[in-house]
Design a protein around this ligand. Structure first.
Ligand code: FAD
Ligand code: FES
Length: 258
């Protein structure tokens, strides 16, 4: 884990309230893996001491720059959205355990709910570079919230669902999951807790292994404050250190207090 002052090289509003930010951060980018996250100091002064966690969305080919994809939901993300090219941002990372592609897995099914696309693009890039096939199920509330297709690797097979039916199939992305489970060797999901609970209810995890990225409030991101502790079948686990990637079936969903 490294602390690095990263320089903003681009910050664009891709979808309403969703920003794609590129940062020159060679120390972190050079060792980052899909599923890792960074703790970002989102402002100056005492009130911004508490860093905010963000998934590493992508790393460029030279491994000098990394990207974050974030939704503006509060003070910290608002501050980030206002940063300009050349501004410096204090990062800690890479943190967490990362996704794990099993040896022998050829067909990877990625399931993204809304901003849950953030860590999955990096995973898709890595899988494709290793010769694996990737299908991405992407669900949002409406068409304007969809991640632009031209920013995805062209080899990804993209399937879309929107809740209001303005693009792709009308409904939740999990409605489409059963159609693809048979094809997949492994499933990787990132989205709201309700999406994970639906997958549990659909029983998909019994037929195919499902890895999820768990989003909880984090104090330190370093395994120090215990603020991110969750109950799993193998005991208490810290999301920042033991996660954020977990096997779906390991989490005691009924006891999750988010
Ligand atoms: C491992 C990890 C990876 C993440 N990756 C991304 C990402 O790639 N892109 C992205 O947009 N967001 C991501 N998040 C969520 C992100 O950290 C929060 O949105 C951010 O901390 C909000 O900061 P804020 O100061 O703007 O909001 P605050 O003012 O702190 O809070 C505003 C609202 O957001 C809610 N909120 C704050 N933090 C979280 C959280 N961790 N989980 C759920 N709700 C929260 C609060 O309850 C409140 O309603 C990730 C979280 C984790 C734990
Ligand atoms: S956020 Fe502090 S221990 Fe995980």
């Amino acid at each position: 884990m490294r602390q690095e002052i990263a320089s903003v090289t681009a910050n664009t509003e891709l979808m309403p309230q969703v920003h794609l930010m590129w940062l020159e951060s060679p120390q972190i980018a050079s060792i980052a893996q899909p599923g890792h996250f960074v703790m970002v100091r989102c402002g100056e002064g005492l009130e911004y001491q508490l860093r905010r966690p963000f998934s590493i969305h992508q790393v460029d080919k030279t491994k000098v720059k990394l990207a974050l994809l974030f939704t503006v939901v509060g003070k910290g993300t608002h501050w980030l959205s206002q940063c300009r090219v050349g501004d410096n941002i204090d990062l800690l990372g890479p943190l967490g355990n990362g996704y794990s592609i099993h040896p022998g897995s050829q067909n990877l099914l990625l399931v993204a709910g809304g901003i849950g696309i953030a860590p999955l693009v990096f995973l898709a890039q890595q899988a494709l570079s290793q010769g694996q096939s990737v299908t991405l199920l992407l669900g949002t509330s409406t068409a304007t919230q969809l991640y632009p297709e031209h920013l995805l690797p062209s080899e990804v097979k993209l399937i879309i669902a929107t809740e209001d039916g303005t693009a792709g199939k009308k409904g939740l992305i999990t409605d489409l999951l059963p159609d693809f489970t048979g094809w997949a060797d492994q499933i990787f999901a990132c989205g709201p807790t309700s999406m994970y609970q639906t997958i549990v209810a659909q029983n998909q995890q019994k037929s195919k292994p499902v890895q999820i990225s768990l989003e909880v409030r984090m104090g330190c991101g370093l395994g120090v404050c215990y603020g991110c502790t969750v109950k799993t079948k193998s005991g208490l686990r810290q999301v920042c250190k033991d996660g954020p990637i977990f096997d779906l079936g390991d989490i005691l969903w009924g006891e999750l207090d988010l």
